[in-house]
Design a protein around this ligand. Sequence first.
Ligand code: ZN
Length: 361
Amino acid sequence: MTSSGAGSIDCDVHPTVPDLRALFPYLDEVWRESIEQRGILSFESASYPPNAPITARPEWRGANGQAATSAADIGRHVFDRFKSSLAICNCLYGVQLVLNEDMAIAFTRALNDWIAKEWLDRDERLRASIVVPMQNVEAAVAEIERLAPDRRFVQILVLAMQEVPLGRRQFWPIYAAAERHKLPLGIHAGSSYRHPVTALGWPSYYVEDYAAQAQGFQSQVASLISEGVFAKFPALKVVLMESGVTWLPGFLWRFSKYWRGLRTEVPWVDRPPEEIVREHFRLTLQPFDAPAKPDLVERAVAHLRSEDMLLYSSDFPHWQFDGNDPVPAGIPEGLRRKILVENPIATYDRLKTDRPQEGVR
Ligand code: ZN
């Protein structure tokens, strides 16, 4: 069975940091010593427990149980199996969870340098997102400025569940840098665990945490719009990654309805939120959370009322689908081509001058 993703741009793949020691060559001596003295073994995030089935498909795990531990491994699946021509690496290692700002800055820099050396340098078809230390806005901007000259970095990566809603003005220098360098803000599922992952408090099970990510995304969409981010930064694009898709239309109907009654408190939101979302927000395809029937998939996608919003993704190595085809049956043919190539290129400015050579079926 061949993939229908031939020539596609995969907007969400996940390199795995095999061991904290992999970052040692990119850290100052003081931090290497500190890690040894404290006995810290890993920065794995509870958002993606290494042994959870959803974290990697069983047949994609290596002998040590990990998946996606090398550029060659991602190449075998994303380029050979799924036939993509470019892929964007979003590294979810838990450097954004660290409370110590100095440590967060040091390990974020190390992680980005590790990505450049061990992944981008090894396969010219790979791109990456800049992981930023949201613990300190000034440092986050500095990291963007440090890496922006390397055009293989095509996006800024933050987690869906933060200490503070992303629309708040304290984060605006990050959005100014994003707009300046034409880098979309990529918001990926995951939490910095400063707060419970549901609005009700801590759940008992991982399935509740994972399903509750949609709540986090909804609140971030509402925050970014209500605070006026897009009035201030009209060129900013936001990509929701691993958010799922089908929650968005219902949320926008609700958000736009109440905006009509309450808009006097947010005068800078000068049009219905659903219009702002269609202009500024994009969503990666997997995990696609619609029923498996093609006719229902087509109806679910039609509810977005835009053909520009979906971006192809496999979410490799996360176990989001079976078989070799990340594109669900029921996506109309014309829209499929937009999802695979045209929408990613329209979203990621740095891919406009770096088009894949292979054609799309
Ligand atoms: Zn993902």
